[in-house]
Structure formats: structure tokens, C-alpha cells
Write a protein that binds this ligand. Structure first.
Ligand SMILES: [Cu+2]
Length: 156
């Protein structure tokens, strides 16, 4: 019941990256979390964002979870014998002064056993909690888009 109300509220919110597209935890900034709109029968969904480490120490993203999926994993795309495939990785490093970029054809959060596909239509948002080895946890709102947002506002 509460969950349904929350989802409804999320659906009614105007979608704007200008409002809250950046989240900070410790020395880390998580920018522009987004996911691609999917057909209703899609078995899994992916989420993307960019993590910047402005500190002096390395950190690692060690796990993720979201209420919309039973399982959320860290994945990477790899080329093997001319084929693209993806595989789970145990963690993603964020070196000091650098970015870890989650984007199509690269690192991504894979959400499996989707519980509520109404969170994956364009304009919806859903929470995703990132667990860092040193910086702790932060929950970001993932915005569902029809296509990938513009990249490269700044480069490091
Ligand atoms: Cu994947």
C-alpha cells in the first residue's frame, strides 16, 4: 500500500535532472542516475550513473540494491571472440581524482527479477542504494528515460 503510494508519487513528479541529479557521500559524487524505459515483458533492467571521487583515497562500489528488483548486481560488458556479453563483477574501483562511469556497453547495475515494472516507464523514478567500501551507503533516485542522456558535460 505504502509502496504503491510512493510509486504513484514518483510518477507524478516532474522529471528534471536539474533538480537532483547529483548526490554526495563522503568524497564521492554520484551524477545523473538513469535507466532506459523497457517493454513490459523485459526480464531485467539496467541502471547507469557516473561516480566521481574527489578525495585522496580510492574507494570501491561493492554492492547495490533496489526495492523494484529481487536482485541487483554489478555488471560489465566484455568482448569475447567477437561477441559482446556481460558478466557480474564483485566490485567497481573508484580511484582518487577519477570517475567510474556506468553507461550502456560498460559497467552497469543489472536488476533481475523485477517486482514492479510500472517503475520502468518513461518519467518514473525509483530508488537505488549504493554501498561503498569506505564512504558508506547512499540512496539515489534513478530517472527512467526513453533514450540515453547527453554525456560529457565535463571531462576529467
Ligand atoms: Cu548486465
Amino acid at each position: 500500500m505504502l509502496k504503491n503510494l510512493l510509486i504513484l508519487a514518483a510518477l507524478l513528479l516532474p522529471v528534471s535532472f536539474a533538480q537532483a541529479d547529483q548526490y554526495k557521500v563522503g568524497e564521492l559524487t554520484i551524477a545523473q542516475p538513469w535507466s532506459m524505459e523497457l517493454p513490459p515483458n523485459a526480464p531485467a533492467a539496467a541502471a547507469y550513473f557516473v561516480i566521481h571521487n574527489s578525495g585522496q583515497q580510492p574507494d570501491r562500489l561493492v554492492s547495490v540494491d533496489t526495492p523494484i528488483a529481487a536482485t541487483a548486481e554489478l555488471h560489465e560488458h566484455v568482448h569475447a571472440n567477437g561477441l559482446m556479453k556481460m558478466q557480474q563483477v564483485p566490485a567497481v574501483d573508484i580511484p582518487p581524482g577519477a570517475d567510474a562511469t556506468f553507461a550502456p556497453m560498460g559497467y552497469h547495475v543489472m536488476m533481475l527479477d523485477l517486482k514492479d515494472k510500472s517503475s520502468l516507464i518513461e518519467g518514473a523514478q525509483f530508488p537505488l542504494t549504493l554501498h561503498f567500501e569506505k564512504s558508506g551507503n547512499i540512496t539515489v533516485q534513478v530517472v527512467v528515460l526513453k533514450q540515453a542522456p547527453m554525456q560529457g558535460m565535463h571531462n576529467h
